[in-house]
Design a protein around this ligand. Sequence first.
Ligand code: AVJ
Length: 325
Amino acid sequence: MQSLSSICSLPEVARTPVGAEVYRGLTGLPKTLSPWLFYDERGSELFEAITELPEYYLTRTERAIFTTYADEILDAAADRKRVKMIELGAGTATKTGLLLEAAVRRQETVDYLAIDVSESALAAAQQRIESEIPGVNVISRIGDYTEGIEEIPAAGQRRMALYIGSSIGNFEPSDAVQVLRELRRRLVPGDKLLLGADRVKERSVLLRAYDDAAGVTAAFNQNVLTRINRELGANFNLRLFRHRARWNHEHSRIEMHLESLIAQHVAIPALDLEIKFGRGETIHTENSYKFTASSISSIVERAGFAMTRCWTDEHEWFGVYLATA
Ligand code: AVJ
């Protein structure tokens, strides 16, 4: 815990979300930065590029599962009612289109509430879906996760909350339970959760997905330093911090780090900080948890849902799980 006086004497910038996170992460030990810092404009572009890399199987595999099973998923979710879809962290909602098309086949029209923190991503998603999939009524809400899904569904409606793309993997398991529990609180019994979560697999496949040959993931990781240089006036030298991806077997997660290649000091003027790095010391920038059917079921059930069904691909590389509130 920091004393109140030390908080009050911090520069103004330390109270912005980015300033506060960088202050917290780089003054603590081990040094960490939260993955939400990746997603400035350039970072979002780099992430889109990652999803198209040959090594990054996640997006393509989840899309293949939806392509094969969208109708089955909608049937299982609907309980013969009309489905209404709500997507948490909708982003550009490219894979969601497959589920929306299946909903339109079933019931002709579907209400789709897209929630995301990025206004530009939401606007683009809304435009594309409305023009490409007639029958979808898109409502978009800027916000974090479960904001904006308070209202009780109309009689005869079944709500299906989508939390896809293995976004859940960025959370420590106990935080993942909290996030889903918060969602559960805003649903009524019978409502559904459709969760996409990456699966444990051979280590070399995992490592390649987070350290691709073209270096796009390395650029994505290092971009956080560029962002800190730009927004907080820091002087990180990108050539002196190397991208590292590690498999942490004990915690069943891929970790991304930025490793300092030499002993060095970095100044962050906006935070009045001088950060010291030892040679080989890292900033831990991301955890990407990988699940078994049983580890994800345990999280879903601790959050108050009952696991209902699951779908996977031929290699069992990615899982799509339907749970009932
Ligand atoms: C967006 C959190 C699902 O963990 O695979 C991609 C982010 N990080 N490459 C993931 C990411 C490095 C991604 N998630």
